[in-house]
Design a protein around this ligand. Structure first.
Ligand code: PHE
Length: 454
């Protein structure tokens, strides 16, 4: 299964940063705050953290195992390890899921470019909170501007993908991730110091368990998978570029910690700021686009130049965080077409880009002109988000846990966890227990709970 000339990451830290680059993105800074806001705050976060540790980390190691062992992208990896039976369809499901996510994710990624532009031309300085609300509504519902930015964003992603693994993916992650982290910490400090911010901190840290409904569990589980890039073979595709000495357990732990810290810090930026300017925390997908510009205006009201620079920098880094994630989503489909149909990388990438643009256009218009077209009561954009994050990702994660826990040879699982017997991997028994029992049963229970079967 090992192919000699396969691309690989140049270093262990490169592997961690690329995986963290995939994990950290709009999921942390855009989706986590609004899901937390919609589901009532701190209680949601507690369940979320439970999902990260109980399902997320073990399933991440399991995905690494599949990818590194097969030395193939996820679409082919399940088949390479288990040629018989239906397991290859788990790989195909992952490719489809990633492709659909990229379709609507790229729309929001495009919004970040509009906000860089608006910040750069100085359009934030004269607005009050209501002004930012209408600015966002006018923009997201207009037909052309969001599409323009969608195209720009997808083409940038395409360009990096065509550049390849080391020069494109690894190099860009190494620069962008540390920068993002510094800026997020800085902004959280500014936001917490705004007048009236305590209510936001309380919302984030003081759980109200009366708010726990089946939806909260499904939402937290979906968010954990989405944010950690799990359940669709994204990280297993990256693991196929890992070296033999990359430690799977350590890498998963590092990615999990980085991803969770960025999400909590994003909460610490958004909620204090939202409460401070009187914006409801359940404003939905628009939340960061209406609260954040306010943070800068208010936190630096005495220093407009600083407000100006910070706004640009923030949206720039948000765009870069989104980019490292769109790259990873794109890579799954591109590598699949490249390996399965023997297309060149360039040609494979062009097909993926074309398909993504079509889904992106429909998702974007669903927020404006085509908002009346509903699937099960949701517009196309929301329906895609629900289907992928809350159903397809947990399902893919559950099947991966079963595959590694029950189906493949235990010797392979142990070899991958211990780097062919050179490491101790003390977590191994717990990891196997979770993959075999806790993760499949827990995920199934959350699905059944949502359907009202408990
Ligand atoms: N984890 C990414 C984010 O938080 C989104 C993503 C999901 C990327 C699934 C790859 C796979 O933004």
């Amino acid at each position: 299964m090992y192919q000699g000339n396969r691309a690989s990451f140049g270093s262990k830290s490169g592997a961690i940063l690329a995986a963290a680059g995939s994990a950290v993105g709009l999921g942390n800074i855009w989706r986590f705050p609004y899901e937390t806001g919609n589901h009532g705050g701190a209680a949601f976060i507690l369940i979320y953290l439970g999902c990260v540790f109980l399902f997320g980390l073990p399933i991440m190691i399991a995905e690494f195992t599949v990818g590194r062992r097969a030395k193939a992208s996820t679409g082919e990896a399940f088949k390479a390890i288990m040629p018989k039976g239906c397991w290859k369809y788990v790989g195909y499901l992952g490719v489809l899921t990633g492709f659909l996510i990229l379709g609507y994710y790229a729309v929001v990624a495009g919004w970040t470019l509009e906000y860089i532009y608006q910040a750069a031309v100085g359009n934030f300085s004269d607005k009050d909170p209501a002004g930012f609300v209408s600015m966002f509504q006018n923009f997201s519902q207009s037909p052309f501007r969001p599409l323009l930015w969608l195209f720009v964003f997808v083409f940038i992603t395409h360009f990096v993908i065509v550049k390849g693994v080391q020069k494109g993916i690894e190099r860009s992650s190494k620069v962008m991730m540390p920068l993002l982290f510094i800026l997020v910490v800085m902004l959280a400090v500014c936001s917490v110091m705004l007048p009236g911010a305590e209510k936001g901190v309380e919302f984030l840290l003081k759980p109200d368990f009366s708010k726990l409904t089946p939806d909260v569990f499904l939402g937290a589980m979906g968010q954990a998978f989405f944010s950690m890039s799990l359940g669709m073979g994204c990280l297993s595709t990256y693991a196929s570029y890992f070296g033999k000495d990359t430690r799977l357990g350590n890498t998963a732990m590092s990615v999990g910690i980085i991803d969770t810290c960025v999400a909590i810090l994003a909460g610490l930026i958004i909620f204090p700021a939202a409460f401070s300017v009187g914006i409801q925390p359940d404003a939905g997908p628009s939340l960061i686009f209406i609260t954040l510009p306010n943070v800068f205006q208010q936190a630096f009201s005495g220093a407009p130049a600083l407000a100006y620079i910070c706004s640009i920098l923030f949206y720039l880094l948000l765009a870069l965080a989104a980019l490292t994630s769109t790259i990873s989503l794109h890579e799954v489909s591109t590598a699949f077409l490249h390996e399965k149909f023997k297309l060149t990388r360039g040609k494979a990438a062009r097909y993926v880009t074309g398909g993504v643009l079509v889904i992106g256009i429909v998702s974007s218009l669903a927020l404006g002109m085509w908002n009346d077209f509903k699937i099960a009561g949701l517009n196309f954009f929301d329906a895609l988000d629900f289907l992928t994050a809350k159903i397809m990702l947990p399902l893919g994660g559950m099947l991966t846990a079963i595959f590694v826990g029950w189906i493949i040879d235990r010797k392979i699982v142990r070899e991958e966890a211990t780097n062919y017997g050179t490491l101790r991997a003390p977590y191994y028994p717990v990891y196997i227990f979770i993959l075999r029992y806790l993760a499949p049963i827990g995920i199934a229970a959350i699905f059944l709970n949502e359907l009202g079967l408990f």
